[in-house]
Ligand binder design. Structure first.
Ligand code: AMP
Ligand code: FES
Ligand code: ZN
Ligand code: ZN
Length: 308
């Protein structure tokens, strides 16, 4: 197969785009497309400061690489969750993220959950009802809170995550299976800022996972290959497998599903209910983040932050 741009040997064939590219043109194509998505969805401008949440995985490190190459003011945030899983999942991903930042002279902020709050994610999970069984729900809550805290305290305009199309399509599939209207209306490339909450963007939401993986590999980015040890058996993984099956039989199905959803949303298929509109009207007296009920927010109750 030949590169559509130069006729050299192609390294990747994207059946859904009917596009094959050589290494050089692929490494150009990903940043060009990212720039196109940033503009199309009005994610941010070059005057704004971007905080990239980096997990040490291929998507978020590739995203940081691309944003810096595009000339954006992009700093990183790594949250050390204290997950071991028998192979040092957190320490390994931490080390890879630090090495990435140092090699490029980039600014990386690190939050150490056990250091700052006295317990790692698995420890908090073991102690609390929310964490019974698996720590993923506790972990998601803590990550969201900490990402928002750092973005707000350090004055970033926008928080970027490395979610790719496979992640987004799987989330969409799950939300649709449950007709979770409140989640559906908030899902998309941009979640606008609201009082106390930073704007959130997903510049890679239209790239297939294999496309971000190919970019990271071809760019020589060292990332952690292993998934979080707690992700085994997660529903999202099952949904990804189902969607991959669909994609195999009809290339482009995943993209079609996601873009069709965005179009339907834009045309008003989903309406915010009154309850959802007032959902985050209270302010946590301890951390100052918005919350749905009077009193301490779920994060502060979970990590037992003493009220001031
Ligand atoms: P996940 O929820 O693990 O699929 O990750 C989705 C996105 O959240 C990643 O692409 C990162 O942008 C961000 N993220 C996940 N884990 C971390 C972490 N430990 N520190 C900072 N950002 C993270
Ligand atoms: Fe949080 Fe797995 S439980 S990344
Ligand atoms: Zn080429
Ligand atoms: Zn709080």
């Amino acid at each position: 197969m030949r590169c559509r741009k130069c006729g050299q040997k192609a390294v990747i064939n994207m059946r859904q785009h009917k596009l094959a590219l050589c290494k050089e043109h692929y490494l150009e194509w990903i940043p060009q497309q990212t720039q196109r998505f940033i503009e199309k969805y009005h994610m941010f401008t070059s005057d704004e400061r971007v905080l990239v949440a980096v997990s040490g995985g291929k998507d978020s490190l590739a995203l940081w690489d691309v944003l810096v190459r595009l000339g954006y003011q992009a700093d990183g945030l790594y949250i050390d969750l204290g997950i071991d899983g028998g192979f040092g999942y957190s320490s390994e991903s931490h080390a890879l993220t630090v090495a990435f930042a140092e090699a490029r002279g980039l600014t990386l902020h690190v939050v150490d959950i056990a250091g700052d709050y006295g317990e790692s994610i698995p420890e908090i999970a073991r102690r609390t009802r929310r964490g019974k069984g698996k720590p993923c729900s506790v972990c998601g809550l803590v990550k969201r809170h900490e990402m928002n805290r750092i973005a707000r305290d350090l004055g970033y305009d926008v928080l970027a995550t490395g979610h790719n199309l496979d992640d987004e399509a799987a989330t969409l599939f799950g939300n649709t299976m449950q007709w979770a209207g409140g989640y559906l209306i908030r899902q998309g490339p941009v979640l606008p800022a609201s009082p106390g909450l930073a704007r959130k963007v997903k510049p890679f939401c239209r790239f297939y996972e294999r496309e971000t993986a190919a970019y990271a590999l071809l760019r020589g980015i060292e990332y952690i290959y292993e998934e979080c040890p707690f992700s085994v058996g997660a529903k999202s993984i099952h949904y990804k497998e189902l969607l991959n099956q669909l994609e195999k039989d009809s290339p482009g199905a995943k993209l079609h599903f996601y873009l069709g959803f965005l179009k339907a949303k834009k045309e008003g298929l989903f309406v915010e209910t009154k309850e959802e509109a007032v959902a985050l009207l209270h302010t946590c007296p301890t951390c100052g983040q918005p919350t749905s009920a009077p009193g301490q927010c779920a994060f502060c109750r979970l990590v037992k932050v003493e009220a001031v």
